[in-house]
Design a protein around this ligand. Sequence first.
Ligand code: MTE
Ligand code: MO
Length: 447
Amino acid sequence: MNRSDIARAERALVEQVLKREDVGRRRMFAVAAWSVAGAAAATTVPASPALAQAAPARRILQKDDSRILNIGATVRSGKYWNFSTWITPVEEFYVRNHYPTPTAEQKPELDPRNWKVKVHGNGLERELELTYDDLLKMRSRTVFATMECHGNGRTVFWEQLDMKDVTGGNWVLGAVGLAEWEYVPLSEIFARAGLRPDAKALLFWSGVDGAGDIGRPMPMREVLSRPDDIGLAFRMNGNPLLPDHGAPVRALVTGWGGAASTKWLTEIKVATHDFWVRLNTKAEVFAGPDYPKPTPAPGDEFRNVGPEDIHGPMVEWMPVKSFITVPLVIEKSPSVPANYPLKRGELPTLAAGRQTIRGYAWGPQHGLRKVEYRIDGGPWREAHIRPPNLGRYTWSRFDFEWDAPAGEHVIETRATDNAGISQPPTVPFNLYGMANNAIPKFRIRVV
Ligand SMILES: Nc1nc2c(c(=O)[nH]1)N[C@H]1C(S)=C(S)[C@@H](COP(=O)(O)O)O[C@H]1N2
Ligand SMILES: [Mo]
């Protein structure tokens, strides 16, 4: 198959997928995953007993992911230099927890048979309690969406922007992936709980992991601009959520940084006041001279923090970004990730001659329009965006051909979204290293 054949086949596949009914779609993906993995075709691996019991009508052909994954991770960066698929397999999906992964063995409330979410607050007409079973009976949707940690690309502050005072973990560029999420949209919750017109903010809260202080608020105007695109996710790439990704149910806030998508969800509160919690005060916020601190209003709700903890505005949408599947050189960062393929100061190598350079680009808020690249500071040229490119929330793969001459080179990539916003050469300093989308520089040695 040549490239246009592949593109046509991919488009046909996506169209087919988009037309299918819910269950059919998942089945197809599960089958595709099996054949890619080279596993025996048509082998049905049953769901775990707990899940099968909780969801008899939804049993599907399913891999037993629990046997191949390192459950219990606190952080695990995606090996983005190896990415090749459009959908990121769950085995390769980054994990970002502030505390160790809680499991149903330690926390019985996370067993799907026990799980409940409390939906309440003075912004609603009535309080609800929904079980996992209730959720499975409600109208659900699926979406192909990237999930990206705010801290993804923090490495670029240290390595390429000379901002050594930035603090936080070193993800390089691996804290992003694309999954097919199945979720019950908030619109469905509001239809049952009744939304009051004076509701101001919504809080997704877990309270299960670690110190019980993890959750994240959203302004109601943002929620109401897309109540079908935000919700309670219970499947990832067609399979029930794994413990690392928030089993049995997590929030899904498409387009916003991962911190908004509270895992191990247990509470949704809608109120006529704002909420201040750890993840919108002293973490997951822009702290720095270019970012004015928000001020709380009287009557606001504080959980585990006080007004003095507010360090800056909360990070919301993730900006337009790109990378090529080449590991960045690590020299000045405080650490090198455990699974990194290069030693400190080492350059990746590539054979001289004609090479296809591949990468990923995304514009969560407006969708991806264009990807450009340049070699050694030369002219910007347009890369080829490979379908599917499904607009906002999703990413696309791109590639370009390069006649690589021997020697050391620098490749830069610049994505532009449908609002005409491009990746900038630099971004303002922020202490926690949030949302860095400066044009990355990939140093490479051609031999
Ligand atoms: N309860 C809870 N939810 C959480 C977190 C957490 O530590 N606890 N981490 C958040 C952050 S910072 C990110 S980036 C995403 C990561 O989701 P993933 O591990 O499924 O990739 O989960 C978010 N939800
Ligand atoms: Mo994150």
